[in-house]
Structures are given as C-alpha cells and as structure tokens.
Design a protein around this ligand. Structure first.
Ligand code: CA
Length: 232
C-alpha cells in the first residue's frame, strides 16, 4: 500500500515512515503543500496522512482543493490541535479520519487499515482469491489453508494484484506499487519477485500478458496446480 505522508516535522515524518515500513506500507514523504500537489499528480497513493500546520499553508486547504477536484483518496488528518471545532472543520473539509498528536503508531496503523478497507468497500480484513487468502493486518498468507511465507516486497506486489484482480498491470505500475518515489529500483527486481511468487504460490497465480504486463490468475486456477516445486 502506498501512503503519501505530508508532514513538515522531519522527526515525526521519519518515525511514521520507519514505523509503517514494518507493516509493509510504502511511504512517500513530503513536507509542503506544493510538494504534496506534485506528488498527488505523479504517484498513485492508496491513503494520505496529512498534517495541518505546514510551512506553505494549512493542510486542510489542500484537502478541500482535492475534494473539489474529485480526488477521493482516503485522508487521515494529523493535528496538534485537539479543539473540537478543529476536528469538525477537518471532517467537514473532506477528511475521513483524524489523529491528535502525539499518537500511538499502532493506532495509526489500525486507522489506516480501516480507511483502506472502507475505501475498498470491504468490511473484513481478509482478501480471498481462489484458494489464496491474504490477511493484510496479520501479514499472513495462506494457500489452500497452508501458511506461505512471503518477503515484504512479494507481499506488497501480491496485494497490488489483489486490489485489481481483473486488470492487467503494466511493469511501470507494478514498479510504482513496490517502490517509493525516492527508492532506487534494480532493473530485474520485478521479474525476480514475480518468479518467487509463482514458486511459492503456484505458477498460475500470476499470468503474463505479452507486451502489456501481468495479471492475477483467475480464482479457479489459483492454487489448483503445481506448488512449491511439485510438478503438475
Ligand atoms: Ca506541522
């Protein structure tokens, strides 16, 4: 999951970034409204964490701007102001949730997961696809009821496929979902992750769509064939 983090306090921002990385969120940190505008135009974010007091203005004005433009990405406001009227202003401005600083990282993670669930129209955490089951909170992946251990990047990649089960995802889109704006991307890394996913979850878990990219295998094909080196 991609998080756009708009926070000018670098200590808070690096704390959030390090904390969320543990939960496999890919965080794109920016410190100003201007940087946030260009990030929103260039990266696709699943959720936004927005500080209000920023060097070039109030985060709330940016949120109102986005909502007027029809950008409906879930937004959680971080605020030092615990005034009731400030909270109401935030929610009326289009925020989906808020947290008052200082806050507990586990609570932030729980709220982000709740926002993502709501945005996906799901009421429960687990994502099922054929015999594959992914719990984004516990990070547990099972295939036909058996636990499968995935690396952080493999899980992020699998989640991108599960978010758009019928879509062909281009190599560029998949790389964007795996890496933050400032991350170095090794040229062959994506192929390696896909190879590992197929080895661990069966070769049909991801289809290659020639010249276009990759797509999640159809639910009835996922898990029925070779797994973990077994031959078909
Ligand atoms: Ca601030």
């Amino acid at each position: 999951m991609h998080v756009l983090l708009i926070e000018d306090d670098l200590l808070v921002a690096s704390g959030i970034q390090a904390g969320l990385a543990v939960y496999d969120f890919v965080v794109d940190p920016v410190a100003t409204l201007t940087a946030a505008r260009s990030a929103m135009a260039s990266v696709s974010s699943d959720v936004v964490i927005l500080d209000r007091g920023l060097p070039d203005g109030d985060g709330l004005s940016l949120l109102e701007e986005w909502r007027e433009a029809g950008i409906d990405v879930p937004v959680l406001i971080l605020t030092a102001r615990d005034d009731v009227s400030d909270r109401i202003a935030g929610l009326q401005g289009g925020a989906d949730d808020y947290l008052i600083k200082p806050f507990d990282l586990d609570e932030l993670v729980a709220r982000l997961h709740a926002l993502l669930r709501r945005a996906a129209g799901r009421s429960r955490d687990k994502v099922m696809h054929g015999s594959l089951c992914v719990d984004p909170v516990s990070r547990e992946v099972t295939m036909e009821g058996q636990l499968v251990v995935l690396s952080r990047r493999e899980l992020v990649l699998l989640e991108s496929f599960l978010k758009a089960p019928r879509s062909v995802l281009s190599i560029g889109q998949l790389k964007d979902s795996l890496y933050g704006m400032h991350d170095e991307v090794e040229s062959n890394a994506l192929n390696v992750h896909i190879h590992h996913l197929r080895r661990k979850l069966g070769r049909d878990v991801i289809e290659t769509v020639r010249g276009l990219g990759y797509r999640l295998g159809k639910p009835d094909a996922v898990g029925r064939f070779s797994r973990r080196g077994q031959s078909r």
